[in-house]
Design a protein around this ligand. Structure first.
Ligand code: AMP
Length: 262
């Protein structure tokens, strides 16, 4: 493959968010590899690994005109010839929020991303800001473990009503789909208050949590993007992330918005 090589890691069921990563990769790289792998190591025992959407033929079709050099779609047996004993511990950055609700999730993510970086040896790898904690874990892993790949982050692609595109949106009923943009709307309200000078994060979040209704709140938090520790007070002159997760029926939605404090 002609260098620089760009890798776009995905779990398939591709949508316009994935395609934006592919476009960014094509702009920067001579060769682009898209990996499609539903990684069992990052799913908890009660999670949706078995029913996660798999659409390889459809994904190939979508990518056929995207300028991609190769699709890497290994089987579970190819990626994990034996159950791995040695895995990547993401440390404190993976402990809270998503990491707390999904024990072992970021260990699974970091491990599969490191394996993909070793297999493809890309100069660049492209990740979406939609999964902000994942992005933070991967950036920190590459830095701490001296991976020879530059991580490029790409903005979240949204539906016209604000809902972040996600392969899991396919699970939503019509009613759930109508309610789903509430997460983005609530995070936007959090971000607006912070940029207007509110600093008392717990009180602010308590005030705005009811706006998620009819979604069922999982968490709202404000973090520094490189730490992912929930803040009790918003520091001045900082770039922060308002992050959240909420349930539409059984489907768990996550989203985040960046905000600068005055
Ligand atoms: P997934 O297939 O869900 O594991 O996602 C693969 C990559 O696409 C990850 O880097 C995600 O952050 C990114 N991604 C997923 N949804 C979006 C979106 N709506 N906008 C931008 N990137 C996204």
């Amino acid at each position: 493959l002609a260098e620089p090589v760009g890798l776009v890691p995905t779990m398939g069921a591709l949508h316009a968010g994935h395609l934006a990563l592919v476009r960014a990769a094509c702009e920067r790289c001579k060769s682009v590899v898209v990996s499609i792998f539903v990684n069992p190591l990052q799913f908890g025992p009660q999670e949706d690994f078995a029913r996660y959407p798999r659409r390889l033929a459809h994904d190939r079709e979508l990518l056929s005109s995207a300028g991609v050099s190769a699709i890497f779609a290994p089987s579970v047996e190819e990626m994990y010839a034996q159950p791995p004993l040695v895995t990547v511990d993401p440390g404190s950055i993976g402990e809270h929020l998503e990491g707390e609700r999904r024990p072992g999730h970021f260990r699974g993510v970091a491990t599969v991303v490191l394996k993909l970086l070793e297999l493809v040896r890309p100069q660049y790898a492209f990740f979406g800001q939609k999964d902000a904690q994942q992005l933070a874990v991967v950036q920190r892993m590459v830095s701490d473990l001296n991976c020879d790949t530059e991580i490029v982050s790409c903005p979240t692609v949204r539906e016209p009503d604000g809902l972040a595109l996600s392969s899991r949106n396919a699970y939503l009923s019509a009613d759930e789909r109508r309610a789903a943009p509430r997460l983005f709307q609530t995070l936007r309200a959090v971000a607006e208050r912070l940029s207007a000078g509110r600093t008392d994060v717990p009180a602010l979040l308590a005030e705005l949590t009811p706006e998620l209704s009819p979604l069922r709140p999982d968490y709202l938090a404000v973090v520094r993007p490189e730490e992912f520790l929930p803040l009790a007070a918003a520091p001045p002159g900082a770039t922060l992330l308002a992050v959240g997760a909420a349930f539409a029926g059984k489907t768990r939605l996550i989203d985040n918005i960046a905000v600068k404090t005055p």
